[in-house]
Write a protein of this length. Structure first.
Length: 214
């Protein structure tokens, strides 16, 4: 009996060490999949979770968000101010998505996305109105508020397995339409193929295509 207790006592520190190491590794892996500025999922992990959400046979809304005149903030106030705006926007979006049992990610630059459960177009309109009000709150920086305006596009999807790439493109088109009218939000009701031309798999004019206008 004493030999067994001795062996167990010798084993416990090893097991404890492996457990701590395993936890540390999991945290390191998750941290690498998070955007360091906002804490949101980066594009790959976000898309994994978004596709899993869309595989459930229930209503969903896919959102694409972009900051209006973000380049001007960087150019006039500096990159630290731009980082402050990105950080605040990501954190606000992340909290909103959690409150709605959804998932949010930073796709790159000032471009964000989210997927939330849908409970009808009218409910989605209310949700987007509330989200816009939250995101458009001024961001404090160096003792002064930075005025922020966001454009949001949503693709509303009812049943069946949704194609994430098409939903993101349709939401992106709606976001672009909202931006052309000064911001706010717009919803794509019919999920037909994207209507705007595509370059490198993205809406023509988006960063990463031939143009940089959007």
């Amino acid at each position: 009996m004493s030999h067994a207790l001795t062996a167990l006592s010798a084993t416990l520190p090893l097991l404890s060490g492996w457990s701590v190491h395993s936890l540390w590794m999991r945290r390191r892996i998750e941290a690498a999949r998070r955007d360091p500025l906002t804490g949101l999922w980066t594009r790959g992990p976000f898309e994994e979770r978004a596709r899993k959400s869309l595989s459930r046979k229930c209503q969903r809304a896919v959102l694409v968000l972009d900051l209006n005149r973000f380049k001007e903030i960087n150019d006039t106030l500096g990159h630290a101010a731009g980082d402050a705006v990105i950080r605040a926007t990501g954190q606000r979006l992340g909290r909103w998505a959690e409150e709605h049992a959804g998932v949010a990610g930073r796709l790159g630059g000032d471009e964000f996305a989210a997927v939330i459960p849908g409970y009808g177009i009218d409910k989605l309109r209310v949700d987007l109105f509330m989200l816009t009000g939250r995101l458009d709150q001024p961001v404090p920086f160096d003792g002064h508020p930075i005025v922020v305006h966001t454009s949001i596009g949503a693709a509303y999807y009812r049943t069946g397995a949704g194609d994430l790439s098409i939903l993101l493109r349709r939401a992106d088109e709606q976001m672009y339409g909202a931006k052309q009218h000064g911001g706010g939000w717009r919803i794509a009701h019919r999920l037909t193929v994207p209507v705007m031309s595509t370059v490198n798999g993205r809406r023509d004019g988006r960063r990463g295509t031939r143009g940089e206008a959007a």
